[in-house]
Design a binder for this molecule. Sequence first.
Ligand code: ASP
Ligand code: MG
Length: 713
Amino acid sequence: MSDKRAYRVLKFGGSSVASATAMSGVLDIVEKEAALGRVILVSSAISGCTDALLGGNADALEAIRQRHAAIVRRLFTGHLRTRVQERVDSLFEELAAAPSDEKVTFGELLSTTILEEKLRAEGYDVLWLDSRELVVSGNEPETFRRIAAAVSASSAQVFVAPGFICRDASGKVSTLGRGGSDYSAALYAAAVNAASLQIWTDVPGIMTANPKQVPAARTIPVMSYSEAFTMADSGAKVLYAPTVAPAMAAGIDIEIRNTFAPAGAFTVIGKESAGSKVGVASSPDGIALVGSIADDDILAAREALLEAGISPLEVVPSSGKCVFKVKPIVEEKALRAIHNAFFVKPSSREIPVFIAGYGAVGKALADAIGRGADSIAEKTGKKLVVAGIASSRRFSINLSGLPVLEPTDPGNFVEEVCRVAPRGAVFVDATSSETIWKDYERIMARGINIVSSNRRSLSVPYADYAAMHAAARENGVYFRYETTVGAALPILESISRGAFGSDEILSLEAVVSCTLNRILDEYVPGDRSFASLVYDAWTEGLTETNPALDLGGRDALRKLLILVREAGVHIDVQNVDVQPLIPQTMNAMSPEEFWNALEAMEPTFSEAASAAARNGRKLRYVARYNAAIAGGRAAGADAMRSAAPGETSAKSVPGYATIGLQAVAPEHPAYYLKGTENAIIVRSALKPYPLLIKGPGEGALEAASSILSDILR
Ligand code: ASP
Ligand code: MG
């Protein structure tokens, strides 16, 4: 004991020893520390074990037995494996025979037996210490004497001791209470006047809040013994409160470190204070804001709660903290509100963006945010960070503020986003999924905004479309999808402003099918066949996988629905008169049949184009909506508005929502469209001239910039 430098006490929690892989991590840490001095390793039971022992459920116990066997199988080979498994088996036999109040002590006996054997197999001189003989609950001086004597009598390099378990004053085997292994470690450290006391757990130290509840929580690098005690005593699970006193009395710093990121951030508990505000912790008693709390702080916390729609039931200030009692159902929300008011600086308030879809658009967006984040922050005060990316199979999420670059993990992205994303985050749907919209409401219910470039999500039945908008309003989030029509062109915004302002939209004309625009623009009868131009577009990936869908007007139909709905009209697919370029029967053809049939239609296309040319016109595929005049009858928007979604039929009043080929004259803005350009013309009651929006309707960069402006608007 003479050389203070000699002892390093390392305590590992249940998740740090939960599996063979986790235990291997423990061995790496021990190896480094053993190079600096003698190590006393204190361990918890493997995670879930103590609960299983207390519960006494036969299936749960069997599962625990299997997990230990699996660890032994993975860590040992040959006759050593047999021996260790025999020791484990005999502990399970003892457990079965033990008095019921002692059964709970076997978890730590099991974990430390395996660790002891493994360290010895690695070549260390190891001594297992029986905490039941050394730790006397309620009698620290006696405990220190016994530990010091046991350790100094040995020449071992590494000691392994079970945490949690002890003997009580009457001599009965007992425990130090749930989570008590931390306290065991502090007792060992104080007894040998250790140079270092390290509590290895599964989070990066003590954080400003439990990161499982508050994703924006960050590590508190230093804090005082009393601050640490208050955090632990107020519900911070990362540390068992009684641990602090013996370490403080002995003047030993406590380090709280992460077994799963040993080189990452950690907390040092010692003499130095964290500052005036330390962190927040929650327990059944309420939410504790820890630190020196002035009246102003209480006001600020109240305000943050009110802003989140929560009125505290009671506020109880005391020394070193102030407790806010709230209804259990809003506890997590309240925790975040108070935490973010004190520990997230407004200037550095980051908006995490989660991007579903790792195609050209998703990548371009991630890129644009990565490159532009700083200048965007300067201009708008909003610091965007790509916190998640998903392809159809894999995803990555990282809330640390370091941008995510590539999807790597299998799993359910939406579920994970809903679990970890803070309110105010943004979920971007840059997929072309037909079903992802079904998750929108759930995402919005978590206070997460949605920006979509996926027009399939917006061309769902009107009732579902309306429900998504209602969910956005109810949850106070935004739901924007400017990109779904005409990429970066500000089309929807222009329409909704007109429609919901005092003006009334009379008609919309949209030439928005990029694929068809290009094909029709290139087509000159007698030159290359129409089919061959479609074929080119198809090989370039400009069409749907099945090109019949483009020629059938599917894409234009989706866009028209979105446009017209934006004008406040309850429109559904069956309200639109779609005149496809090819017969329906071609949808189901094999590729070979399809291309042959399309080639055979050449006379039809060539006739139409030649007729148009004779009149000085050009063919365009146009989507139109007319609110006032419908096939000579006054119906239009009101007919749609008054009917329940899905009940009306445009077929009975043909002409007010149509999609089809049209020969346009040079006066028409669509006459001069080039390539994949889009044009939309809006006529409204109050304006003498139509509004015309024209420009690039396509491209990953355009789409990305449009999504960005939806986020920042
Ligand atoms: N295994 C005990 C418990 O779960 C002690 C500990 O992990 O600190 O409470
Ligand atoms: Mg524990």
